[in-house]
Design a protein. Structure first.
Length: 172
């Protein structure tokens, strides 16, 4: 049984660095402004591909709110690059998210069901929105590919949070 620490809304973003396809190594917790991290299962997941396609379609609206969007998986660079180029994703795409970082983030970790899926353990989906103060504003962690926040609703929620200066909720 996997044990992990649940991240707490309102706490500083957990220290997290990873390689990206276009921007080299990124230290996500040290970025400025609003930012959103979408953890996806990897190229083997058709639900992830559809979710990230929707994210890409909504990217101009996230940009308008000043939200920098990153997506990261445990995929090796070659798999991440192939998928990102094929789908023409415009957001930052990270790769090779390690098990230690998955655990630090409190993510559920799955092992492949077959070699056709992937060759390594991978994180189940999660979304973390960080406010300009560097604190985790929204945290959504799933144990299965079928449960993810609706991106349109999330976008509207971030807009409301910004307009109403809404604090992080459920901070304990």
């Amino acid at each position: 049984m996997q044990s992990f620490v649940k991240p707490i809304a309102g706490a500083p973003m957990i220290e997290l660095g990873y390689q990206t396809l276009r921007h080299g190594r990124v230290q996500f917790d040290a970025l400025d402004g609003w930012r959103m991290l979408v953890i996806y299962r990897g190229r083997h997941c058709p639900l992830c591909q559809a979710y990230l396609q929707t994210l890409d379609e909504l990217l101009p609206e996230f940009d308008a709110l000043g939200v920098a969007v990153h997506a990261v998986s445990s995929d090796p660079e070659s798999r991440a690059r192939e998928q990102a180029e094929q789908q023409r994703w415009r957001f930052a795409v990270g790769y090779e998210l390690g098990i230690e970082d998955m655990r630090k983030l409190g993510l559920y970790i799955s092992t492949p069901l077959s070699p056709d899926e992937t060759d390594r353990p991978f994180a189940e989906p999660a979304v973390i929105v960080v406010n300009p103060g560097g604190r985790m504003q929204i945290i959504d962690i799933s144990n299965a590919p079928y449960a993810r926040p609706d991106l349109r609703q999330l976008l509207d929620g971030i807009r409301t949070i910004q307009q109403e200066h809404y604090p992080p909720r459920s901070t304990g």
